[in-house]
Design a protein around this ligand. Structure first.
Ligand code: PNS
Length: 171
């Protein structure tokens, strides 16, 4: 049985929805690795890789069995390097499912000899976070919409320090 879960993504930036998934997954598995993709296809990320990793590490610092790492290339190669591990992805809405199903199937085929490859497990997003995504956060930030409750407090603080947003959770 897999004891490690790998939660891959761009995390540009980590949101409250991601954090909910991280906490819930960490409660199920012995170890959880949050894996940040290096060289995302996204041309202009809001945050550099270093910033994304620092914010994630800070947000996860009180969850003892969670670590944050970066990966390059194929996800399945990274997951294989973690031994007997599974991939975790969240599902917010029906629209996510088509993409995620395809990705899970491709990853399973790409990693399997004789059809038995790395498995992906889906966790449904808590409904109170289903409207939140990193792209919504980035878009709202452009228009200075307050991001209270969309991102963890440390992310909001970083966004304020960078002048990306102007209001805090306390406002
Ligand atoms: O947060 P995102 O952007 O939805 O995460 C997408 C991610 C990082 C999981 C995906 O792009 C990925 O796994 N990229 C690594 C390259 C790879 O393995 N591609 C094959 C899966 S289609």
């Amino acid at each position: 049985m897999a004891k490690t879960a790998v939660y891959p993504g761009s995390f540009d930036p980590v949101t409250m929805g991601h954090m909910d998934l991280i906490v819930r997954t960490a409660g199920i598995f012995d170890q959880m690795v949050v894996a940040v993709l290096i060289n995302s296809e996204k041309k202009s990320p809001l945050f550099s890789l270093d910033e994304r990793v620092i914010m994630l590490k800070d947000a996860c610092k009180n969850i003892p069995n969670v670590s944050v790492e970066c990966f390059e290339g194929l996800l399945v190669d990274f997951v294989r390097s973690k031994g007997d591990a599974v991939i975790i992805r969240g599902l917010r809405e029906l629209m996510d499912f088509e993409m995620e199903l395809q990705m899970a199937q491709v990853n399973r085929i790409a990693s399997g000899e004789g059809g038995e490859g790395i498995e992906t497990l889906f966790l449904p997003t808590d409904p109170k976070y289903s409207h939140i995504s990193s792209s919504v956060v980035r878009e709202y930030a452009r228009y200075r919409v307050p991001l209270k409750d969309f991102v963890p407090e440390n992310v909001l603080k970083t966004m304020m320090e960078k002048g990306i947003v102007t209001s805090t959770k306390e406002d």
